[in-house]
Design a protein. Structure first.
Length: 203
């Protein structure tokens, strides 16, 4: 059971992430300093580093936690379930819980330092997922390939979702730019892409 200290820490990290995103969006990632974020959250620079090791990491705390929780959910799935079906079920559930974070995605896309850190965090999550699949009795090679394919599927879902939300007015849901749709459902996209990308070796 999660203790009060852990809940408090999670709440503070969420507050810092929210303040950071507001500042990054308003002023730019490179122009925003750790001092700016800490000041906006009402804490010192030293306190900021108790929760995040760097400015880049402040946006990816959720991804780090996601890797751990996905691994736990994989381990808890029915033992007779195949690796691809297992990954689809677990990651589908996560896509359903993802908030509309188009602004975060756009910020990452236009900031090289954030793209690099995202890749690092994604790789750390992939290692946890591979280990969880191996723990279910999946061969290491198959587990590695299945996790890589699932990562490619989620990347495709994210890009398609972002494309359909480009230029969308968040208040009305109406497109404000050419090609804007704003109507892509992440769960439906996940189902489609997982069906299209199912690895042949898992058939």
């Amino acid at each position: 059971m999660e203790g009060l200290r852990d809940r408090t820490r999670r709440a503070v990290r969420a507050e810092l992430a929210g303040r950071a995103l507001e500042l990054f969006t308003a002023h730019g990632f490179d122009e925003t300093t750790v001092d700016d974020i800490a000041r906006a959250a009402g804490m010192s620079r030293r306190s900021f580093f108790r929760y995040f090791p760097s400015k880049e990491d402040v946006l990816f705390g959720q991804l780090e936690a996601m890797g751990e929780q996905v691994a736990e959910e994989i381990a808890a799935r029915p033992p007779q379930e195949g690796p691809w079906e297992c990954l689809h079920a677990v990651l589908r559930g996560w896509e359903a819980r993802i908030n509309t974070q188009a602004e975060v995605m756009r910020l990452v896309e236009r900031t090289p330092a954030l793209r690099a850190r995202l890749l690092q965090k994604r790789d750390e999550a992939r290692v946890r997922i591979v280990e969880a699949l191996i723990g279910r009795g999946v061969a290491a090679l198959e587990a590695d390939l299945a996790a890589a394919a699932a990562g490619a599927a989620l990347d495709t879902v994210a890009r398609e979702w972002l494309r359909t939300h480009e230029g969308t007015d968040e208040g009305t849901g109406e497109g404000t730019g050419e090609g804007a749709g704003g109507n892509a459902d992440r769960v439906e996209l996940t189902d489609r892409v997982f069906a299209m990308l199912r690895p042949a070796f898992l058939s």
